[in-house]
Design a protein around this ligand. Structure first.
Ligand SMILES: [Cu+2]
Length: 301
């Protein structure tokens, strides 16, 4: 419990701030770039071949709210003897660019809950209908990292890759991974003529914290080339309404709107403003997106 809720920090500043906190509190154990948390939960599914386990877990005090998430393990043998439904305790180790579970112990088992639908289940006339490939994406009005009003339609004319994050996300395998993936796509996008006009767009669903100034600093920490990578914030309701249409769901704590539970969606929008493809979660790769962008170029020209 090194950081109070809401005080987690973006990856670039992680180490320095952590070192200061250790000096002040002396509360954390382990190497200085590592945080450890006790996790209690239930195994939803496992993929030993990918050294991955999906756990539905309770709140991790001071770090993250209750949620169901995929976690990495270091070795497939850490998953031996486990099965979906098992109740476990484990240690969640968070380092600056990743997180993994260790010391997984089975404490019992219980029937699995039926999985709730991940996306909101909108009625046909709510204005929150999930977009399908080919649908026109909503022309939401955002504010960019320079404080300028920016309509989504202003990206028309070039394909866009869009993702949804918040800069204070504590888990390196979630929002910070989306940031790292986007950062790593900058170079190939720049060097391949066929992809030269693709624009990257990162939307924050935490506009309370992620003001244009915060986003600008975040962009700088990521070495973002702002001529082809735009960071957007804006009116929270407008962002929620728009992002829900891509399947993004965001729950904010009643007492603290910065206490956020969310899923991940990354999408390709074509130059004409229509949805091409939605990537669910955090297991897409930059190569996959680049390949899809290339076939888009081939299709249209
Ligand atoms: Cu996140």
């Amino acid at each position: 419990m090194c950081f109070p809720t809401g005080a987690a920090i973006c990856p670039g500043r992680f180490f320095a701030a952590f070192a200061v906190l250790v000096l002040v509190s002396g509360a954390c154990s382990g190497p200085s770039d590592e945080r450890r948390f006790v996790l209690e939960g239930q195994v939803e599914s496992m993929e030993p071949a990918h050294k991955s386990i999906v756990v539905k877990h309770g709140e991790i005090k001071g770090f993250m709210p209750a949620m169901t998430m995929p976690y990495d393990v270091r070795e497939a043998k850490a998953l031996e003897g486990l099965a979906p439904g098992d109740l476990i305790t484990a240690t969640l180790v968070v380092v600056s660019n990743g997180a993994y579970l260790t010391d997984i112990k089975k404490t019992g088992s219980a029937p699995l809950d039926k999985k709730p639908p991940e996306a909101p289940n909108p009625s046909a006339s709510s204005g929150f209908e999930l977009l399908k490939p080919g649908d026109a994406v909503p022309d939401t009005v955002f504010v960019d990292q320079d404080g300028r009003k920016r309509r989504f339609s202003s990206f028309r004319g070039s394909p866009a890759v869009l993702t949804f994050i918040y800069t204070k996300c504590p888990l390196p395998t979630f929002c910070p991974l989306m940031d790292r993936h986007f950062a790593s796509m900058q170079k190939p996008l720049q060097s391949e003529p066929a992809l030269a006009n693709v624009h990257l767009v990162t939307v924050s669903f935490d506009p309370v914290t992620d003001t244009p100034t915060v986003l600008k600093a975040h962009a700088k920490a990521l070495n973002a080339d702002l001529s082809r990578w735009t960071f957007l914030t804006g009116d929270r309701d407008a962002i929620d309404k728009s992002s829900a249409r891509f399947g993004v769901s965001v729950d904010r704590g009643l007492n603290d709107p910065r206490d956020i539970t969310h899923n991940l969606r990354t999408v390709i929008v074509d130059a004409d403003g229509t949805l091409v493809k939605v990537y669910i979660g955090n297991d897409w790769t930059p190569d996959q997106v680049l390949t899809d962008l290339r076939s888009l170029g081939a299709r249209s020209g």
